[in-house]
Design a protein around this ligand. Structure first.
Ligand code: HEM
Length: 305
């Protein structure tokens, strides 16, 4: 055996008080790894359980699962930016471009939802999943919380007036997505929102506290000016913002229209929101990095798309 490797192995095991020889003997009996054990294909391919006999429900389930995997990949990269000991421009742009590519993929593949299922089948199997909705994807919310400051996720109607230092609990009640399930006059929440919060609210608040100072937007603003003004980096930031908050949102909205707006008559969504208005980017006005857009671009956000 290569002496240098033996030396490094010995050092490694000495450092944790372990005997290298015992570990080498263990290797004598270890099984060689194979693809299916490493990737866990059996476990992965065992997770697709239909609730109906309609074949296109499988497309719906699997595409959502693919989305959740990509959401995990996105959060994986964002976490590395958030926890990096010292952030270089190169590292920041590399991670941001990875995240952007994942979201590009989610956006361009949304046609699998819009064109890949039979409308009649969709409108049958969706009844079996009511009142569940993609609205309840916790990872999607985490992507938003870790991408920008909470103020940019506050409902547009309250964004200008809410106290920026408001406690997390209060800010949470005014996040844009409360509008999908809350009657602001009575404060009453829909079932969709109530169960979502029971399951995730505490976790979201913990997450938001950490990302309050570690989100992509704050990290970007802390970079030295020469880096912050680097055009490639600025373009990458704008590309990400636009892809998530206009392109993905519109692909999603167009899909909802395809299935739930038939002959000009809109159907209630499984989650029960007033989706026609709620889902459009011009109402939500979610913008992760507002200072990277001109006044005109901000004024026209979500228009003519
Ligand atoms: C046929 C396909 C789809 C339709 C018709 C659809 C429809 C809707 C509707 C109407 C809403 C509003 C909430 C409600 O009342 O339910 C919603 C929210 C949501 N859906 Fe989908 N959706 C589809 C596919 C997907 C996919 C593939 C994902 C990816 C995970 C997804 C993620 C989300 C998210 C994150 C929200 C919350 C968005 C927000 O608050 O602005 N949806 N969806």
């Amino acid at each position: 055996m290569n002496e240098e490797i033996t030396k490094q192995l010995k050092e490694k095991f000495d450092n944790i008080g372990q005997d290298l020889d015992v570990h080498l003997q263990g290797l004598l009996y270890s099984k060689p790894i194979n693809y299916w054990d490493y990737i866990q294909t059996d476990a992965l391919l065992d997770l697709q359980t239909q609730r109906t006999v309609l074949p296109d429900e499988m497309v719906f389930i699997m595409y959502h699962q693919i989305n959740e995997l990509l959401f995990k990949m996105i959060l994986w990269e964002i976490d590395q930016v958030a926890t990096a000991e010292s952030l270089t421009a190169d590292f920041f742009s590399t991670k941001l471009m990875r995240v952007s590519r994942y979201f590009d993929m989610l956006t361009s593949s949304f046609e699998i939802m819009r064109l890949g299922m039979d409308v009649e089948q969709y409108n049958k199997f969706r009844n079996t999943l009511t009142p569940a909705s993609g609205f309840q994807s916790a990872q999607y919310r985490k992507i938003e919380i870790s991408s920008t400051e909470l103020i940019n996720l506050i409902d547009n109607r309250f964004r200008a007036t809410i106290d920026r230092d408001t406690p997390f609990e209060h800010a949470f009640e005014h996040l844009y997505w409360q509008a999908a399930g809350k009657d602001y006059k009575t404060g009453k929440k829909s079932y969709l929102l109530t169960v979502f919060e029971e399951r995730y609210k505490e976790e979201f608040i913990r997450f938001a506290k950490f990302y309050n100072t570690n989100n992509l937007w704050t990290k970007f603003k802390e970079l030295p000016e020469a880096v912050r003004t680097n055009q490639d980096l600025v373009n990458a930031m704008r590309h990400y913002d636009y892809t998530v908050n206009i392109k993905w949102v519109m692909a999603h909205y167009n899909t909802a229209n395809h299935y739930l707006n038939i002959d000009g008559k809109t159907t209630e969504a499984t989650g029960g929101s007033e989706w026609v208005k709620y889902m459009h980017p011009k109402y939500q006005r979610r913008i992760f990095f507002p200072e990277l857009w001109s006044k005109q671009e901000l004024d026209e956000w979500g228009e003519n798309v």
